[in-house]
Design a protein around this ligand. Structure first.
Ligand code: TXE
Length: 480
């Protein structure tokens, strides 16, 4: 057997094996082969990582560094990432079958996360509150401490960077636990952080499973903040675990996004984004537009075009530049998505195109479903795959009710050329983000997060500042 790549933990300035030498296999879901191994973190490894980040916070230079110097250090890490774009992207593509061009796009967004939060922290200001009593008050935003960040496998590098960047920019130290399905790119990021000269313990990477590695982080009272992206079920465990030591949590969980196309929409644009919203990344996006609502008057034309565009996506090897759509990220996930597709006809729905591929690949083709009762599993539950359930609607009031009738509330999209309707409907939708005539566009200053089962809290710009710092009020007598 050829020598496999190995991804260790990054703890206290070095890449290390687990204390007990444990390792786990890392799969390439396109070739269905093991291509690497990673260190299998135990409770003891988690404890070591926490001790290191604790020491780096309590005694190290990072939280005490000037804001300009800290920003420069993070920009240096971003420079190193930029120099290794292809390597980072290759790891994500190999590890989860994300088309290579999309993986490169994700690396660019990850670099931008670091640059944005470095500058945001450097240029941020406190507030002064003039008082009538002969005093004045002002606010200060000091670092919170040790941050445990737990990230998923659908955007391995990008979701991790979204957490690490604001955490370290605000002077905290951070332990990231990537998903056990995708340890590779985050481990390379940890290596680059050492190369960039970040002090030991500022960014530790702990590889391993949700339990014990992840749960040992969230339940440890030396951890001051827990930020998590993953399933709603796991999110509840993470919140309960953090509550044992009252660590504030930020949870970005599942979604069942509504995508509404009104009769007056620009159809070329609406079709383009409907395809992106559910088939990009093989639908493995919490923000996916998995419930599509189309107004009756344009149903036939829209569905024709949407189906045609879905069938035109080039499916194949994620490293082939022509590929737009590839396999699901793991065997386990393929089984889950396939089981939803298999439930559709049993529950009265019709598969208009797509379905489970019969090649033996872990592949579900771009799938469009109609006529499914609103109680159908594929309509109600997060599938996290390339499966779009479409429904017809008549009126604005009806579609707002339908869109909001879900336990989730991460995001929604609406397509219309009517300005008043765009504002009116956007404001009525129960969701953390509403995209009008577009999808997936982010400004890092804006709040990001969800309602209901989609999460707790918001991150982005000053919302990240609130979470990753301990805001302090200083009150001073000035009239003596
Ligand atoms: O998620 P988990 P899984 C949804 C999606 C998917 C389903 C299952 O529907 O099909 O979740 O995916 C870590 N304490 N999303 O099983 O379990 C785990 O190791 C601490 C939506 O991968 O939520 C990984 O790093 N950590 C989603 C991370 O949590 C724990 C992205 C996510 O794993 C833990 C991913 C524990 N007890 C899946 N148990 C989104 N919102 O984008 C697990 N983990």
């Amino acid at each position: 057997m050829s020598e496999l790549d190995f991804f260790g933990h990054i703890i206290d300035g070095a890449e290390v094996e687990s204390v007990d030498g444990g390792r786990f296999d890392v799969w390439n879901p396109w070739t269905q082969e093991v291509w690497a191994q990673a260190a299998l973190g135990s409770a003891e490894d988690a404890s070591r990582a926490i001790a290191s980040s604790r020491k780096a916070f309590d005694d190290g230079p990072w939280p005490r560094m000037g804001r300009v110097e800290r920003a420069n250090a993070i920009h240096k890490l971003a420079d190193l990432m930029e120099a290794r774009v292809d390597d980072l992207a290759r790891l994500d593509t190999t590890n989860m079958a994300k088309p290579f061009a999309q993986a490169k796009h994700d690396v660019a967004r990850s670099v931008w996360n670091f640059r944005f939060f470095a500058d945001h922290q450097r240029d941020n200001v406190g507030e002064v509150y003039p008082m009538d009593s002969g005093h004045h008050s002002y606010s200060e935003f000091g670092p919170a401490g040790v941050v445990a960040a737990i990230s998923p496998w659908n955007f391995p590098l990008m979701m991790a960077s979204w957490k690490i960047a604001p955490a370290i920019a605000w002077g905290n130290t951070c332990i990231i636990k990537p998903s056990e399905d995708t340890p590779a790119s985050v481990t390379l990021l940890g290596r680059l952080a050492l190369e960039a000269g970040l002090p030991p313990g500022v960014l530790n990477v702990l590889n391993g499973h949700g339990a014990p590695a992840g749960s040992s982080l969230t339940g440890d009272d030396r951890v001051d903040r827990v930020t998590f992206t993953g399933s709603s079920v796991t999110g509840k465990h993470v919140m309960a675990s953090a509550a044992t030591h009252l660590a504030p949590v930020s949870l970005e969980l599942g979604g069942k996004g509504a995508n509404i196309v009104f009769g007056d929409a620009d159809l070329d644009n609406a079709v383009y984004w409907a395809v992106e919203a559910i088939f990009r990344n093989s639908g493995q996006i919490c923000l996916a537009g998995s419930r599509l609502f189309v107004q009756a008057g344009i149903w036939d034309e829209f569905m024709d075009r949407f189906k045609g565009a879905a069938e035109a996506l080039t499916i194949g090897d994620p490293f082939d530049p022509a590929t737009r759509f590839s396999a699901l990220a793991s065997r386990k996930h393929f089984d889950k998505v396939a089981s939803y597709v298999e439930s559709v006809e049993l529950e009265g729905g019709k598969i208009l195109t797509g379905g489970v591929d019969d090649s033996g690949k872990w592949l579900v083709r771009p799938t469009i479903i109609a006529d499914l009762p609103l109680t159908g599993r594929a309509y109600c539950e997060e599938i996290f795959g390339p499966v779009c359930v479409v429904n017809k609607f008549e009126s604005e009031g009806e579609v707002v009710r339908l869109a909001n009738d879900t336990r989730y509330g991460l995001n929604a999209m609406l397509f219309t050329e009517n300005l008043s309707r765009a504002h009116r409907v956007a404001s009525k939708l129960r969701a953390g983000t509403v995209w009008v005539n577009c999808f997936f566009i982010r400004d890092l200053r804006t709040p990001f997060g969800g309602v209901g089962d989609s999460g707790v809290g918001r991150e982005g710009g000053n919302f990240s500042r609130e979470f990753f710092t301990e805001p302090k009020a200083i009150v001073m007598q000035i009239d003596r």
